[in-house]
Design a protein around this ligand. Structure first.
Ligand code: F6R
Length: 364
């Protein structure tokens, strides 16, 4: 049942801290603060390239994974949505690692992409919530997300669990490839182990998020902006808003705004920005200032450490809990997902069963 929550989505949002913790528990030894991968029939040290593919939210988790694997493990990554990957026929480097991501393990396009990669001497590592699914049977390695059943059509907790697995895979790959030393690994693992309690603190910002939802619910179009690993979080936020509130939303890499979408900006198109502390904070801030100069209303998700720098610039500043820059996409995701939920409540839509959508897309 819904355990007293109004919707499964609300219940599942509240399960973020738990499922992140359970998922990490499988892959981290808390005593040594090291990632422990199951035995794998592939050598992460010598994999020349990774190919990531998935659909919808799972694809956005994959985009975060690309930023992590490239930056931290220095592994070249190709990524595309499965409906394109399956027909693209890309030239694949033999011995590449295919990383497939799916909550259900039954998504037709992702399964077809998996089978296509298999024909090219690509090992298949699948990150799945349904560990006994069709995709599980067709994979060389399954890394489970311990999210439990997800009933709401809009994916929430499965997404952060996917990120938790991708974070551990990144650390293991980086260690194998010699791009992360022991101290570096301990730092990143500590950041991950800190997540369940920080994720729980996001819910202390509910009043702020509801206030933001009141602005978003009045809009016909919303622009989501982010850079680096906060960009796929913006994409996830925009998808969730469209899906359950039926408000048109689009995500852009913040630096791309001046190449077109800036012409849309006025008072009626609010901008939701994911702008955590870190290397790209200043770059994102200058993009937001450009938007503000054109009359844009800035609604921002940042963290405690950078909130003061947005005061007086942004109309709304939500300081999410402070975490290591590596794991900011996980905390920011919870913020944008709650925003979509609260906006849908104001719009009075059928949150758990949005029109025209099915939980599992088993046809092309
Ligand atoms: C969005 C959503 C969908 C799924 C997509 C993939 O909230 O739920 O975009 O993420 O249909 O589904 P799975 O993960 O089952 O392959």
């Amino acid at each position: 049942g819904k355990d007293g929550y109004r919707h499964y989505m609300e219940k599942e949002l509240h399960e973020h801290p738990l499922v992140i913790g359970q998922t990490l528990q499988r892959l981290i030894d808390p005593a040594t603060r090291r990632v422990v991968m199951p035995d794998m029939p592939i050598d992460l040290a010598s994999v020349p390239r990774a190919v990531i593919t998935a659909c919808g939210s799972a694809f956005y988790a994959g985009v975060v994974g690309r930023y992590w694997l490239e930056e931290i493990a220095r592994l070249p990554v190709d990524i595309d949505v499965a409906s394109e990957m399956r027909y693209r026929n890309p030239p694949l480097t033999p011995g590449s690692l295919g990383i497939l991501i799916s909550q259900s393990g039954e998504t037709a396009d992702t399964l077809a992409a998996l089978r296509g990669l298999r024909e090219h001497d690509v090992s298949i590592l699948s990150i799945l919530n349904a560990e006994h699914s069709t995709m599980a049977r067709d994979s060389d390695i399954v890394l489970g997300t311990v999210a439990g059943p997800e009933i709401s059509v809009a994916s929430t907790k499965a997404f952060t669990a996917q990120l938790a697995v991708l974070a551990c895979l990144t650390i293991a790959t980086a260690r194998a490839r010699g791009t992360l030393d022991e101290a570096g690994e301990e730092e990143l693992v500590t950041a991950l182990l800190d997540l369940p309690s920080r994720a729980a603190e996001v819910f202390t910002r509910m009043d702020d998020i509801r206030e933001m939802a009141r602005v978003v619910a009045e809009a016909r179009d919303v622009l989501y902006l982010g850079r680096g690993s906060a960009y796929p979080v913006a994409m996830e936020g925009a998808l969730k808003l469209k899906e359950i509130s039926y408000i048109h939303a689009e995500a852009y890499a913040a630096g791309e705004m001046k190449h077109g979408p800036i012409s849309l900006i006025d008072r009626t198109v609010p901008i939701v920005a994911t702008i955590p502390s870190g290397r790209l904070f200043d770059k994102t801030l200058s993009n937001l200032q450009e938007a503000k100069a054109r009359g844009g209303r800035l609604l921002t998700f940042t963290d405690e450490g950078s909130a003061a720098r947005l005061q007086g610039i942004a109309e709304q500043v939500i300081p999410l809990p402070q975490v290591h820059p590596f794991v900011t996409p996980i905390i920011q995701t919870i913020g944008v997902q709650i925003l979509a939920y609260e906006t849908a409540l104001l719009k009075g839509t059928d949150v758990d069963q949005p029109r025209n959508l099915a939980k599992s897309v088993t046809v092309e």
